[in-house]
Ligand binder design. Structure first.
Ligand SMILES: Nc1ncnc2c1ncn2[C@@H]1O[C@H](COP(=O)(O)OP(=O)(O)OP(=O)(O)O)[C@@H](O)[C@H]1O
Length: 283
């Protein structure tokens, strides 16, 4: 559904050079710190900016060649796009009706009721959570095959975040050909939602793995200087110097459990993996 091969874009000192693949039927996460290139990647995919090199395919086409019909099949949430703040839900429903032949008004109405979105209040007076819910409802109510969601959960409390994640799971359950590409810097959101995760740093993909593998086989080892000097480093992917010694990321947790019973091996979350990868060195 999505294939980017060395897609390039330069802004001053920042150089994006991104390759990623999102097959149909999956939820893929793009994770990275501030300014790592997540939004730039999404803008390239949607043809909102043009690439300076590489190849980009979305729904099998170059983003600039997408027809209006193709665009109906893509649901989008971007941080800096959306409807005018002076519109209300009622007016937005009318716009969606004329914009999308596939707009599901019944679903839109029921989701607005479920998420307590008032009909007459201007978006200007919506809270951050209400705006995020509305943007997500818009993305999932025109029968899109693909959702591209940039930081849809940013700035939301844990309850609203979970409501939105549930909505995305329901969207996926309706059709096994659907898929989602979602970016976030809240990795726990992605851990509970995605099938696989790309990590982007300084415009380049530095890491890719399936979430089941990440949670099953990966671990962070906490080593003293002495332990670090002695340990087998073949299965250490990244390491990070700490005041007490080293944090090391491995994808062979069992090997270290079996062979180094004295080493502290933490059951790692994606947040911890991300810190070692982002702040550490490749082994
Ligand atoms: N239109 C632009 N003009 C100049 N520089 C830009 C422009 N858009 C993005 N950049 C730069 O490109 C880099 C990547 O930005 P991008 O918005 O893609 O990061 P991000 O990973 O989405 O960050 P965040 O999580 O903070 O939203 C940053 O250094 C940013 O300043």
């Amino acid at each position: 559904m999505i294939r980017m091969t060395k897609a390039q874009k330069k802004y001053g000192d920042f150089q994006l050079n991104c390759s990623l693949d999102v097959p149909a039927g999956s939820i893929t996460g793009l994770i990275g710190g501030n300014g790592s290139g997540k939004s730039t990647t999404f803008k390239l995919l949607l043809g909102l900016i043009s690439a300076e090199g590489g190849e980009i395919k979305i729904l099998g086409k170059n983003p600039n060649k997408l027809s209006a019909n193709d665009r109906e099949k893509i649901g989008v949430v971007m941080t800096d796009t959306g409807f005018s703040d002076y519109l209300n839900v009622k007016e937005i429903r009318q716009i969606l009706k004329s914009l999308y032949s596939t707009f599901d008004e019944e679903l839109f109405n029921s989701l607005c009721i479920r998420f307590d979105l008032p009909e007459e209040k201007k978006i200007l007076d919506f809270s951050t959570g209400m705006k995020a819910k509305l943007k997500t409802i818009v993305a999932v109510t025109h029968d899109a095959n693909l959702l591209i969601l940039d930081e849809v959960t940013a700035g939301l409390d844990v309850i609203v975040r979970n409501e939105i994640l549930d909505l995305l799971r329901e969207y996926m359950e309706k059709n096994e050909e659907r898929n989602i590409l979602i970016s976030s810097h809240i990795s726990s959101d992605l851990e509970n939602l995605c099938d696989d995760i790309y990590m982007i740093k300084n415009g380049e993909i530095v890491f890719y793995e399936e979430v089941d593998e990440l949670l099953g086989q990966y671990a962070v080892l906490k080593l003293s200087e002495e332990q670090y000097a002695q340990i087998e480093k073949e299965y250490i992917l990244f390491y990070k110097k700490e005041p007490y010694g080293y944090l090391c990321l491995t994808n062979q947790k069992q090997y270290y459990l079996d062979n180094y019973p004295d080493v502290v091996i933490e059951k790692s979350t994606i947040d911890e993996l991300m810190i070692v990868i982002n702040r550490g060195e490749e082994s």
